[in-house]
Structure formats: structure tokens, C-alpha cells
Design a binder for this molecule. Sequence first.
Ligand SMILES: Cc1cc2nc3c(=O)[nH]c(=O)nc-3n(C[C@H](O)[C@H](O)[C@H](O)COP(=O)(O)OP(=O)(O)OC[C@H]3O[C@@H](n4cnc5c(N)ncnc54)[C@H](O)[C@@H]3O)c2cc1C
Length: 403
Amino acid sequence: MDFEMNDRIKTITGMINEFVRKELIPLEPEFLTHEFTEMMPEIEEKRRMVKQMELWAPNHPKEYGGMGLDLMDHAYVSEALGASPLGHFVFGCHAPDAGNIEILHKYGTPEQKEKYLRPLVEGKIRSCFSMTEVEMPGSNPVMLDTTAVKDGGHYVINGQKWYSTAADGAEFAIVMAITNPEAPPYLRASMIIVPCDTPGFNLVRNIPVMGHSGAGYFSHGEILYQSCRVPVENLLGPEGHGFVIAQDRLGPGRIHHCMRWIGICNRAFDLMCSRASQRIISPDQKTLATKQIIQSWIAESAAEIQAARLMTLHAAWKIEKYGAKEARDDISLIKFVVANTMQHVIDRALQVHGGMGMTDDTILAFFFRHERAARIYDGADEVHKMNVAKRILKGYERGGAKQ
Ligand SMILES: Cc1cc2nc3c(=O)[nH]c(=O)nc-3n(C[C@H](O)[C@H](O)[C@H](O)COP(=O)(O)OP(=O)(O)OC[C@H]3O[C@@H](n4cnc5c(N)ncnc54)[C@H](O)[C@@H]3O)c2cc1C
């Protein structure tokens, strides 16, 4: 296995690094002090520049206007874009649209693809993914309360969801709802496309998260579906296959997230080293960088980032070579290892900045607040650890060992 970038990806990531440095990082002070919706004219201008550079929608299908990069190549792109919170959105490969694009591409009917997939890849509309419920444990997704009952040529949806990221301003939601209550647990739910202007689709609020409710793309919606009626043609994939489709959405998505987090680690590490090298902390002009405890944080961070990065690239390689099912332990391992690495690295970088780290004068406090959720969404740490450990232990129960 060889993790050397090919020449094309070297060129692409080189262009992205330069764009992030020149065009996106300078926007961050405004991003940190304004609602995202207020910045849309500037963001759209940057998106136009990305399209002109022919770097738009790197991981999305070519026939819909993307670059069609494979998982491994997009992993490096995601790392480069992760340096700024604006990166993925400006390049058209942001969650949750990225996951919705993947499943619309794989399961959508020709009509659904024209109506929802094409404008989504083009960045003309946004979407959200509406699965987690207020009253039910997201960690055990078979316990869903939301129902979609067939009534003639329609599904009538009722339920209360929250954490539907980016629902505010979205054109449509992909909703997970129980359609077959008598079926075995993993065949009870379906995915249904619900346009957000459907009567009965009620965005109750943007949930305040870590002190900020956000707006537009940077928000998380609580949605009440009240007798929300959509045509049966809005079913995505076969009825009862919601969990099968959800699994498809999660495998590659975790590689994208983990590499984005490595990008965040790289940025935080860079800020930590720069600050430590410049901050004079004694009259004899010694800097923080001369202190062993800071050197230790820097060395530990460098080692942890490299380990997390190689684990993620290895998992991506394994998915491409053997498929997501074969790589499921590797995917679980990176999900909690990289999320925790990111948290440690951001925390150390913030600590090195002292009081300044707590302000919004650097991007670190935003990363600290915003990225804490990495240990919760797409499977909480504990769930991934438990699943991997169970599979490892099974080998021992049979008298063998881990393969
Ligand atoms: C920022 C953010 C964005 C999100 N975006 C979306 C989105 O776009 N769409 C969407 O549908 N959902 C989204 N979610 C929701 C997310 O998927 C859920 O929060 C997650 O699945 C956990 O479910 P829960 O919150 O109900 O926690 P619970 O299931 O109640 O679990 C609570 C905690 O219990 C522990 N735990 C759970 N199970 C076990 C176990 N078996 N053993 C030991 N400990 C356990 C874990 O520590 C877990 O954090 C988002 C969440 C966040 C924070």
C-alpha cells in the first residue's frame, strides 16, 4: 500500500492550499462575528472562483458537474479543505449535502435525480438529513418514532426530529421514517424526500448549540412533521431499505469527516507552533517554545496527527480495495481515534494561546466549540468502541484470536 499522492492530486491540493490561505482564511474574522447567511454574497463569489478553477464538487459524479474523484483522492482534498471551516462549503463537498448526493446518485429515480440531485451538485440548492429524534436514542437508530403511513398515492409523515443540520434554508429533507412497523427492526424504516415547503414541514427552531443557534447552512434544525403529505414517488430506494441506504451514506462519509478533522488538526498545530515560537514569556526574551512542557505537547500532537492520518488513509485504502463491510472495524477505529486526536490537538493549541485562545481572534475557539460534536454524531465514541471490541472478542470466544 502506497499513500503517496499522485501528481494530479498534488497539483489540486496545492491549488486548494493556496486558495484557502489567500481567499478563505481572510474571511474568517467576519465568519466568526456574523451570521453565515450575511456572508452569502462573498461566499457565492468564492464559489464562482472555485468553479472557474474547475475544482468544484471534487467528490461528486462527473455527469452532474463534479470532478468524480475517488475516495482516496478526495481524502487528501478533504484534508486540505479542512484547514478552514469554510473550505468544504465553498468547494461544494460539504455535509450533509455530500451524503445526500451519494444516496440520490445510487438510489434516486431519473426524475429524483433531475429534480434534486443535479441542482444539489451544482450548489443551487441545499438539503438536510432528518433522522435523529428528540425523544429516541440516536445511538440505537432502530428506535424511531416518526411514521410515514401510506394514504392513497401519498405518505403522511408525523414525528419530531432534531439536529437536522442545515435545515434552515434547505430545499428538501431526506427523512427517515417507519413505513413497515411489522417488519424485522432493520427493515422497518424508509427514506423519503420531503420538500421543505410541504405543508406540515415545520422548522420549529435552530437549536442553540454551544451558545449559538447559527443560521442557514451553519445551523441545526428541530423539525415537527405534522401530517406532512408527500407523493409515494418521493420514496428513495426500496420501501423498508432506510437502514441499508443509511449504511451506504456513512462509510465513505466517515473518511471525509476524518480527513477534514486532520485538516483541522494541521491548522491548530500550525497556530500552536507559530504562537509558541513568537510569544515571549520572560524578560530574557525566551519564548514559550523553549519550555519543555510545550515541546512535549508539540511532539505528542505531531505523533498523534500522523498516526490518525495514516489510520484514516489505511481505512480509505481498505474500503476501496475490499469494500466498506470488510473495513468496518477500521472505519469505527478512525471515527473515535481521529475525533479524540482533534480534540486534544485543538485543546493544546488553545492552551498555548492563553486568554487569546478563548477569544474569537483566532479560529481555535470556534474549532473547540464546533468540533466537540465529532465524538457524538455518526456514531458516538462508545458505540464504535463497543462494536469493535465485540467483534474482536468474538474471535477469542471461538478459541481463536483477532484475525
Ligand atoms: C453537531 C451535530 C450534528 C448532527 N447532524 C445530524 C444530522 O444532520 N441529521 C441527523 O439525523 N442527526 C444529526 N445529529 C444527531 C446525531 O446523529 C446524534 O446526536 C447521535 O446519533 C447520538 O444520538 P443521541 O443524541 O440521541 O444520543 P443517545 O443515543 O441518547 O446517546 C447519548 C450518549 O450515550 C452514550 N451511549 C449511547 N449508546 C451507548 C452504548 N451502547 N454504550 C455506552 N454508551 C452509549 C454515548 O456517549 C452517547 O453520546 C447531529 C448531532 C450533532 C451533535
